[in-house]
Design a protein around this ligand. Structure first.
Ligand code: TUI
Length: 314
């Protein structure tokens, strides 16, 4: 499947792995890039030197292109923005904010810049600033989310900009990928499906929790403070939502979640930790290799589009 995204990034399949905090490390990114997609390292709130090490480690595991996600709410965002230039990273995606302050620095360095946006206004602003593409992320996604659904955001952004649009939020197989293409996307970003892979360096409890998730297990914390985060329902989300309803301050609630994602990802505490995952978790029933995910997704997508044309074409 050749699209403007495969051309832009020099990859085989228009499938990008999400830059997930604590999850998107060197082994996962290299596995996705080696499978023909685009692997991403998640900068999250890690110090710049940690990211530099991750970049170098990934280079040892793949010759293919990969990228770094710069999480703009990180206290180290500025230093990380510099490190990706020094390390000659080919692709940068950004999340949870406006990357305006770093754009010219990255563009001057020849880095392909792909901000994650959750609204049409932000997508337009980014196009005017000269970015190469946008990831339009629907509220079905795991982690920090916007309001619009993938079903409405993708066509709205595709109508509003001329640069290629990558769809994210609720995509874990070829059906979701085909749907995203019908809505106007030229690529997909996939997060939760890549957590439940053999290569993801994530505690088995976390992977199993995704595999067991039902449709009603998705919860959002932090809506009242303007920092909504989607994860799987557990003791932590119940406690958070109880305190949120009591009117506890953002700072008090932040304290509750401090380090809680790491606790779930690394220690496997899926009861008191934060199990960030998208709504599509309930459609994921097994642990696969990254290569299986990428190849099966593309094959299923192409088959569905061909079958549709045969059945309904004139
Ligand atoms: O960034 C994400 N997802 C994330 S970041 C993250 S780390 C974290 N952990 C705990 C609390 C908060 C963050 C976990 N998941 N996705 C990309 C994304 N970006 N989704 C929504 C946005 C976004 C939101 C507002 C992008 C821009 C924006 O505002 C634009 C502006 O002009 O400020």
């Amino acid at each position: 499947m050749n699209t403007r995204i495969t051309e832009l990034l020099g990859i085989e399949y228009p499938i990008i792995q999400g830059g997930m905090a604590w999850v998107a490390e060197a082994h996962l990114a290299a596995a996705v890039s080696n499978a023909g997609g685009l692997g991403l390292l998640g900068g999250a709130s890690a110090p710049a030197e940690v990211i530099r090490d991750m970049i170098r480690q990934t280079r040892e595991m793949t010759d293919k292109p990969f990228g770094v996600n710069v999480m703009l709410m990180s206290p180290y965002a500025k230093e990380v923005a510099q490190v990706v230039v020094e390390e000659k990273v080919q692709v940068v995606t950004t999340g949870a904010g406006n990357p305006g302050a770093y754009l010219s620095m990255w563009q001057d360095a020849g880095i392909k810049v792909i901000p994650v946006v959750a609204s049409v206004a932000h997508a337009r602003l980014m196009e005017r600033a000269g970015v190469d593409a946008v990831v339009a992320e629907g509220t079905e996604s795991g982690g920090h989310i916007g309001e619009a659904t993938t079903m409405t955001l993708i066509p709205a952004v595709a109508d509003a900009v001329n640069i290629p649009v990558i769809a994210a939020g609720g995509i874990a197989d070829g059906r979701g990928m085909a749907a995203a293409f019908m809505l106007g996307a030229e690529g997909v970003q996939v997060g939760t499906r890549f957590v439940a892979t053999k290569e993801a360096v994530v505690h088995q409890n976390y992977k199993d929790r995704i595999v067991k998730a039902k449709d009603i297990d998705s919860a959002v914390t932090g809506r009242s403070h303007g920092h909504p985060v989607r994860c799987l329902r557990n003791q932590m989300t119940r406690e958070y939502n109880r305190l949120e309803a009591e009117g506890k301050s953002f700072e008090e609630l932040e304290y509750l979640t401090l380090g809680s994602l790491r606790k779930a990802v690394q220690e496997g505490d899926i009861t008191n930790g934060t199990v960030m995952a998208g709504q599509i978790a309930s459609v994921i029933h097994d642990i696969k290799s990254c290569r299986e995910v990428v190849e099966e997704m593309e094959a299923e997508c192409v088959k569905l589009m061909r079958d549709m044309a045969e059945r309904y074409g004139r």
